[in-house]
Design a protein. Structure first.
Ligand SMILES: NC(=O)c1ccc[n+]([C@@H]2O[C@H](COP(=O)([O-])OP(=O)(O)OC[C@H]3O[C@@H](n4cnc5c(N)ncnc54)[C@H](OP(=O)(O)O)[C@@H]3O)[C@@H](O)[C@H]2O)c1
Length: 278
């Protein structure tokens, strides 16, 4: 039996590193690729792509938001003989106006290019990640005891990145997922007030959520050194939560894995057990 090799682009990220560990737990051969990963891969340096793709059976792709490189990468993967590609996209990219004035054109272009590229493909469209609270951009606010965001009073069905990874692993290793678009969420919508209260109860350090008007939030981010473009994109990303759209419960985890998605309380318990909030 020949061993298959899998390439994980963004292998150090919130979903990618879990894809790497879940594939390794199944005994697969894996290349964890990124600028600082085991396999050097840079979206903005095409000379790093072919070595990463050499001899690879399946690829899990974390794209770079705003970059137009992924469509060329999909062509390169097809030429290299890759048989399966799983693309991390986002919920709502196909719905005009979902992100307000946020530009998600490159994400939709990635999906379109992947479908046309040749290898079997699967697209993952997750909602907001639960791990933003433990590993991502909300973590600093949790540690400071005050999380300031422009998400209004809206709720989001935060999805555990372990579930996204599990769907990615199934899609890249097993039959039955080709041509599927899996919209992924957790099983329950929680507001930021509920999420921060739950995390505060678990850590023993209360966290207050402050809902900022979008313009004020953009100004605050600019004051912290964010570029105007990044601040605008982040605020636009939050707008579906503020408008109630991210409360939707999606069925992708059940469709792909035949089990329920991980609840936000389980995420909090696991993150606290891993000492995510120190
Ligand atoms: N966060 C959410 O709630 C959420 C929700 C839905 C969809 N998404 C989508 O999921 C994707 C990942 O989101 P994330 O922000 O949470 O990031 P992430 O997965 O935590 O990290 C991004 C990964 O990309 C790598 N990377 C960054 N720049 C790179 C470059 N120039 N070349 C190669 N690799 C690079 C990073 O590793 P190195 O630093 O080592 O290069 C890291 O492994 C985005 O497309 C986002 O739109 C996110």
């Amino acid at each position: 039996m020949t061993t298959k090799t899998f390439l994980v682009i963004g292998g150090t990220g919130k979903t990618g590193r879990r894809v790497v560990s879940q594939l390794r737990a199944r005994g697969e051969s894996v290349r964890a690729a990124s600028r600082h990963g085991e396999q050097r891969f840079d979206w903005s340096d095409e000379s790093t792509w072919d070595a990463a793709l050499d001899g690879v059976h399946g690829v899990y792709v974390t794209p770079l938001d705003g970059s137009t490189a992924a469509p060329r990468f999909f062509e390169r993967a097809a030429t290299a003989g890759v048989e399966r590609v799983v693309l991390l996209s986002a919920r709502g990219v196909d719905v005009p106006g979902y992100y307000g004035d946020g530009d998600v054109e490159s994400m939709l272009a990635n999906e379109t290019a992947l479908r046309a590229s040749g290898p079997q493909w699967t697209i993952l469209r997750p909602g907001w990640f639960a791990q933003n609270f433990s590993e991502g951009i909300f973590r600093a606010g949790i540690l400071a005891g005050e999380l300031r965001q422009a998400a209004g009073e809206g709720a989001a069905s935060f999805v555990d990145t372990g579930d996204i990874a599990a769907v990615g692993v199934a899609a890249v290793t097993e039959d039955g997922h080709a041509g599927e678009v899996y919209e992924l969420s957790g099983p329950r919508a929680v507001t930021f007030e509920e999420a921060t209260a739950e995390i505060g109860a678990a850590t023993g350090k209360p966290v207050k959520y402050v809902a900022l008007p979008p313009a004020e939030f953009v100004e605050e981010l600019a004051g912290q050194g964010w570029s105007e473009a990044d601040a605008g994109m982040w605020t636009a990303g939050l707008s579906p939560i503020a408008r109630g759209l991210e409360a939707k419960i999606s069925d992708g985890v059940r469709r792909a894995l035949g089990r329920d998605a991980t609840d936000f309380s389980v995420f909090v318990k696991n993150a606290e057990a891993e000492n995510a909030w120190g």
